[in-house]
Design a protein around this ligand. Structure first.
Ligand code: PLP
Length: 358
């Protein structure tokens, strides 16, 4: 089956096969990688290799640190405020969907929240024009959601926000195209879309920002201390870290982010062409220039067809297409592990379904 789930998302089959082999015994170590000490030579090597590979894949410059963190992306949405904003300091948020709204809720107890721009009044169908953003000069950072997983709205380039560092949630689009990390102060992502299974996340941070005092916080919430401890202040999610390493290696072997940018463009164009060419049978409401290449929400012209569509899709081996409860309808998530053949199977199915029910 082709799995269009938004996350936890499909993993590349070669990664799952390799993990299956190595799970019983890690390279004659006498135990599985998940049974070995995180401070032992075997796991330390896995962790270091995952970081080196991720740096190469995403193109992380030396003046940026990479942290491997538990707690997922939502936890980082709170920790960025604690680590980089003084208590009550303004922080600017540009809200382009559900996850941008979540991000500002996590930071709310710690900063003077400023909504610099929001697409909410228009139903999150576009990225608000940069000229209309109201940025605060004394903001600790400007936060954006690079790709809105539910609303299907994506920034196609890093906005210019001047001297204030730009922080971005790349949970659902990291490693899908070349990224100029130098444009950002912080890039963070949960792993469970493009980077591996759920349970670990990455925070890529410009090292000089770690000198900020931030706010009083427990050691375990302190990025600087995590970095000093090689992201092992406590027991790290070692299986997830190992799986992330395998997934990153697979992406490098497939041709890296340049290759995935081509595949993502091809896959998303196929799908949007089918939707736009369906004479209103299917509909996507996002402005063309802001349409996500990773998550394509769409609606059938008659919601009574939703259940038959999902049932027939499942029958055809196309799973995970039910839209998020916030939006309803359908959503096809087409992350790096989704081959173009999967999207072709979906568009063929959509055409056939339209013929039968149009
Ligand atoms: N940000 C984005 C863009 C997401 O898509 C998600 C989850 O789907 C999150 C944040 C929340 O991530 P987590 O569940 O890892 O906290």
């Amino acid at each position: 089956a082709y799995n269009f789930s938004a996350g936890p998302a499909a993993l590349p089959e070669p990664v799952l096969r390799q993990a299956q082999q190595e799970m019983l015994e890690w390279r004659a170590a006498g135990a599985s990688i998940v049974e070995l000490s995180h401070r032992g030579p075997e796991f330390m090597a896995v962790a270091a290799e995952a970081e080196a590979d991720l740096r190469r894949l995403v193109g992380v410059p030396d003046d940026y640190a990479v942290l491997f963190v538990g707690g997922g992306a939502t936890t980082q949405q709170a920790l960025i405020a604690l680590n980089f904003a003084a208590a009550g300091q303004p922080a600017d948020y540009v809200v382009t969907g559900h996850w941008g709204r979540t991000a500002l809720r996590q930071a709310a107890p710690y900063v003077d929240l400023r909504i610099a721009a929001s697409g909410e009044a228009e139903g999150f169908r576009d990225v608000p024009a940069r000229a209309d953003w109201r940025l605060s000069e004394d903001a600790a950072y400007v936060h954006i959601t690079a790709n809105e997983t539910i609303h299907g709205v994506e920034f196609r380039e890093a906005p210019d926000v001047g001297e204030v560092p730009l922080f971005a949630d790349f949970s659902s689009s990291i490693a899908s195209e070349p990224l100029d990390i130098a444009r950002y102060g912080v890039v963070y992502a949960g792993a469970q879309k493009n980077l591996g299974p759920v349970g670990i996340g990455v925070v890529i941070v410009r090292r000089e920002l770690l000198e900020r005092a931030g706010q009083p916080r427990a050691d375990i919430f302190d990025y600087r201390l995590q970095l000093a401890a090689d992201s092992m202040l406590n027991t790290p999610p070692s299986w997830n870290w190992y799986m992330l390493g395998l997934t990153v290696k697979w992406m490098l072997a497939e041709g890296g982010v340049e290759e995935f940018a081509l595949r993502s463009a091809a896959k998303s164009e196929l799908l949007y062409r089918e939707i736009d060419g369906s004479s209103g049978f299917y509909r996507n409401d996002v402005a063309a220039a802001a349409r996500s290449r990773m998550n394509v929400p769409f609606f059938l012209h008659d919601a009574a067809l939703d259940a038959p569509f999902l049932a027939a899709a499942r029958e055809a081996g196309l799973i995970g297409l039910k839209g998020h409860r916030v939006l309803g309808g359908m959503r096809a998530s087409i992350y790096n592990a989704m081959p173009v053949e999967g999207v072709r199977a979906l568009t063929d199915f959509m055409q056939e379904f339209r013929r039968r029910h149009g």
